[in-house]
Design a protein around this ligand. Structure first.
Ligand SMILES: Cc1cc2nc3c(=O)[nH]c(=O)nc-3n(C[C@H](O)[C@H](O)[C@H](O)COP(=O)(O)OP(=O)(O)OC[C@H]3O[C@@H](n4cnc5c(N)ncnc54)[C@H](O)[C@@H]3O)c2cc1C
Length: 387
């Protein structure tokens, strides 16, 4: 269907310029999960974007994911993040897939009939999303019970399955026996907390989840016991970073477009001149463009390094997402200034973009954690310590 990657970009562009754009205001105002766009992406054969060809997917990596999320993020950050989290989850499942998991999860994902998501974060470990306290207890032959509480599960209560992290009961070191497991959305014992009403990313449905004696079979365990660090640094973090970096680049580009449009249209009757003729404004817009453009280049470079298995690709990705978070907040903020008082009102597009942009720093891996990991990598220090 998509022999050429440019066809993927064209299809995503079509969807984002029509359905995603039309629904963006309602998604934000009503905190409504962006179902129409997500279903259309599934129908158009884009749900297996990050699933390898041999598993029935489109076989793309972090770079294409970032570009697709950027296109969606230009119209609606919630749509970009909801789709992005599905693609991260799909890549996690695919990375060590068994025949059972292929049939239960990956094939339906690639056929556009199954949406997945990631459920890692917990109140108890916050930004340290790789340290779950959710417990996984051996209950009988081939069966485990999961107990715990997850927070901010994007696509929460809407997805067909969730990639959930849990520590095997009895393990003394947090992290040492943490595993990723698959839990289907309709499984008994899952209780969703109240609906997500975020400041931004209001369509995300990033809800809290309680797991009470949730039964899974050993077929639903991803990889082997003790694979946790492998998953965190080989798949989860790189794809998380690519999806988020792309989505927030889209938000930044959208803010620059708003500012550019406003500057071009703003005419002063007192002197008959346009705001576009001011050198100061031209200079400011030029600075914002450079910030966007160089950050975008960094994301493309980092994701390409990851897809090519370059040795230092993780450090590149850590810095790229941290830079995107800084850039998007600054670009949207400054764009609002360039648009003057008209942008500073409830319901303006920049109002939404400013709220959406703010989540970039706090979505894991957070900016602080990424900077610390970068420093540790450069200093040959272990990445995961509890300080
Ligand atoms: C809109 C949204 C969507 C999300 N979607 C998902 C999802 O789909 N799946 C999922 O698993 N999670 C998701 N999350 C959770 C997210 O990834 C983070 O895990 C969560 O936001 C961390 O929040 P916290 O409030 O517990 O932060 P805290 O851990 O309380 O951290 C507060 C601040 O302190 C900083 N900090 C914490 N520890 C340190 C330290 N040791 N050194 C320096 N700085 C530190 C953090 O960087 C942060 O800025 C989402 C969050 C949001 C807001």
């Amino acid at each position: 269907m998509y022999s050429d990657v440019s066809k993927i970009f064209d299809t995503v562009e079509d969807i984002s310029r029509t359905i995603t754009r039309e629904d963006a205001d309602i998604t934000d105002k009503l905190a409504k999960w962006p179902e129409r766009s997500l279903r259309k992406l599934q129908q158009e054969g884009l749900a297996g974007l990050t699933v390898p060809l041999e598993c029935g997917g489109l076989g793309h990596g972090a770079q294409v994911l970032a570009q697709v999320c950027e296109t969606l993020g230009q119209q609606c950050a919630s749509t970009a993040i909801c789709y992005g989290m599905h693609c991260v989850g799909s890549a996690v499942i695919a990375s060590k897939v068994t025949d059972y998991q292929q049939e239960k999860y990956l094939t339906p994902i690639c056929e556009g009939n199954h949406l997945t998501s990631l459920s890692l974060s917990e109140a108890g470990s916050g930004a340290h999303f790789y340290l779950p306290q959710t417990r996984m207890q051996y209950s009988s032959e081939h069966e485990y019970k999961i107990n715990g509480a997850k927070s901010f599960v994007t696509n929460g209560s809407k997805a067909d399955s969730y990639v959930v992290s849990a520590v095997a009961e009895g393990s003394s070191m947090p992290g040492e026996q943490f595993n990723c497991v698959m839990i289907k959305g309709e499984t008994e014992g899952l209780t969703w907390d109240k609906e997500w009403k975020g400041l931004g990313l209001r369509g995300n449905s990033s809800r809290n989840l309680e797991l009470n004696a949730v039964k899974i079979s050993d077929n639903d365990i991803l990889g082997q016991f003790g694979d946790q660090i492998w998953y965190v640094f080989n798949v989860i973090t790189p794809y998380f970073l690519a999806a988020m970096a792309g989505a927030y680049l889209g938000v930044a580009k959208s803010a620059i477009d708003e500012a550019t449009q406003h500057i071009k249209n703003r005419q002063f009757s007192f002197n008959g001149r346009s705001l576009a003729s001011s050198s100061v404004i031209q200079y400011q817009l030029g600075c914002l463009w450079a910030k966007y453009s160089r950050t975008r280049a960094l994301v493309h470079h980092a994701t390409e390094c990851y897809d090519n298995n370059d040795d230092n690709s993780l450090v590149e990705l850590f810095s790229a997402k941290a830079e995107v978070a800084n850039a998007v907040v600054e670009i949207v903020n400054e764009s609002m200034t360039l648009c003057g008082g008209v942008a500073y009102r409830e319901g303006s597009k920049l109002d939404r973009l400013l709220r959406d942009a703010r989540a970039s720093h706090v979505m894991s891996p957070t900016t602080e954690i990424l900077r610390i990991w970068t420093g540790r990598s450069l200093l040959d220090q272990p990445l995961l310590t509890d300080t």
